[in-house]
Design a protein around this ligand. Sequence first.
Ligand code: BMA
Length: 866
Amino acid sequence: MHYKTVVSTLVLASTLAATPPAKADNVAKQQINNGWTFKQVRGNNWYPATVPGVVQTDLMNNQIIEDPFYRLNERGIQWVDKEDWEYKTTLNVSPDIFDKDNIELDFKGLDTYADVYLNDSCILKADNMFREWKVSVKSLLKKDGNELRIYFHSPIKVDLPKFDALKFPVEAGNDQSENGGIFDKKVSVFARKAGYHYGWDWGPRIVTSGIWRPVYLIGWNDAIIDNIFYEQTKVTPKRADIKAQIRFNADKEGEATLTIKADGVKTVWTKKAQVKKGTNLIETKLTVNNPKLWWSNGLGEPHLYPFTASISMDGKVADTKTIHLGLRSLKVINKPDKDGHSFYFELNGVPVFAKGANYIPQDNFLPRVTPEQYEKTILDAVNANMNMLRVWGGGIYENDLFYDLCDKYGIMVWQDFMFACSIYPLTPELEDNIRQEAVDNVVRLRNHPSIAIWCGNNEIHTAWFNWGWMKKFDAYGVTEQLRNDTKKLFNHLLADVVKEYDPTVFYWPSSPYGGNPDAKCETGKEIWNPDGDAHYWGVWHAKDSIANYNKIKARFFSEYGFQAFPEYQSVLKYAPEERDHNIYSDVMMAHQRGGSHANGLIEWYLLNEYRKPKDFPNFLYMGLLLQGDAIKTAIEAHRRMMPYNMGTLFWQHNDCWPVASWSSRDYYGRWKAQHYFAKKAFNDILVSPIAEDGKLNVWIVSDRLKATKGKLDIRVMDLKGNVLFEKQSNVTLPANTSQIQFSAPIESVLGGKQKNEVVVNARFIENGNGEVVSNNYFFTRFKDIDFLKADIQMTSVPAGDGYDVTVQSDVFARGVFLSIDGIDNFFSDNYFDLLPGEPVTIHVTTKLDKETFDKQLKNESLADAY
Ligand code: BMA
């Protein structure tokens, strides 16, 4: 089997992320990341601090607290969020800034309640981690020895009085206030701060404070560009029409010239305008003929044009800004049809089946996530054949780099606003703060071609209708008030911001949602949502059988998921002691935030589908296989349902710490079985055999934009490899379709064997390039199959950054798992099936020498695990 892999080109990515503007001496910038110290306000000692950073990582770096991700350490650091903290540095202003007429401090992000002092003048009181703050400071600055000091109020202490003043209980089911020692006081709903900091059902409770994004000092003369918006009003293969809006500040009146050029486009656009002192806006229309369009991963090249805009005054360039623009038309088609309402993404006129996952923040300590980790996270989506990630509403509006990488690699972004699973009682101040937060982020992100949809929140609509919220507040007489707050926020305020600042992108009030703010969207019957997107949690939370994924329909699955622990080598990193190695041990339970309910579900499903694992490492291995099989079942079912259903985003792409969760890759970036299985299930051509109504049907789904021809080869064999049935046929796969390409009564393919004695192998071999897409199917549950002990032979040869390992088995081997010690290695495929006598070659990336590698390399298959 051959799958393409995209490798890191980080040099390019970081260039992309931090494209320096063409030199304009009128603007100078200095990052304030040196000389910072911090202290507990009640204490006396100042310690060195890292900026950007947060107080918990600074405490760790100074050996004051221990790594909270290790064993039970999270419990010992809960005091930190009840304290106030102070950060300071001495600021010497570089001469090219000091001489400028205008100087401002630009705080890209402060977490969260922060009073900022410059030379003892309070210049800012910040109260929203998601906002950017700019302050003019020219009059306060000396050349050298300025003191910049930031006082962070405990977010818990600031918000407790707001909680105590409420006459009704708030809803914030995931806020682990009790772990934080504040009983049921769920204060997370008052802070405009990442929801998951307060805990989630996959995350610890670590409420951070700090200068979490960079701080800059910026000096300028004449004019400075504040913001550019390239609104793509109409894009076709023939022409792209763009309305460019350049907002800039000028410190004098006069004539300004705007110049825009783009690499690869012949036209240079210029426009002159009279400007006034203060904020100015110049608008101009741009047309690009025969544009190279931006395509999502799998459909074509995500082409980016660097557009450079300059503002000149008095014949001199004042400021310049380059933005990488992907020209595309990207819509959500949510229109009435015979079944309800469609819900699909249309890219450059083509309906695109969305394949991907939900994304959460990559760490509890956001500033320490490296550019390399960002790129790996996105590449792990690209290399699993995804074309969409959903930035989920309980985390953050991500860093620019995240979207730069999505632009570059063709990953469409479903962008939630940062609200999840909670009631947010509105006050006029909070409303205003939220509006400003929405404007800041929509404006910051709207030029990214990857932004495909803005969504108001995660699960707040469904919570009102399906989680009993309608009744809950009656006793306090506030149901109507809270309903109104919810609708005001998600059906009006945020919708209006998107309409005003990013009018070509679709806004959807909640996920899931069906289009009507006053109606339930998810029915809980076989059709989960006929009008919009669905979160199908029947499998997992409600114990529906895994096979139910084949039945439940929706127009778009934006969530569903299945938990597994990380692999054994990863568990050893956070739970290294022998006594930890039981899923109910204190340490394993602290790293399972779904509690014993979730562990119980893993065990229940495992014993339903498989036999009893013989020990702890094999419990982990089988649990991973179980998760992989469940999500493979779901993805294949969702793709077979095309075009009724047009998207499948599993929960979840990643973890923020080491934990048992629904993630497909663990905190250390290790691929779980699920990620390997998802990669195959997301392949642009999918062969999907399934038993339906007494028949073996083989569906083939093609996401290609052109018809494809090839051979379909179906074999049914026993576990020793005796072929009981074989059928080869020439098939044509029409573009962008899902079709049954083979169908026969099950009895007719068994060759006299029982259903639990055979495996179905279906392969599509493409004409021309000979590319093979292969898939296996079993008629019964795995626990009903007597898998044979496999004799698996492995031979390795040095290749590139590791070894190519050829693996072969005498009998059918289910879920072959290869491993070496530690986690600094990568297997190009794992947990794969081996057909008897048919070798497979895997590439292993590792630094081990050949002798050590061969000695360490182990394998096992399902028959060895129980
Ligand atoms: C969905 C998500 C998250 C949650 C996950 C697992 O509802 O939106 O809130 O972590 O399910 O329960």
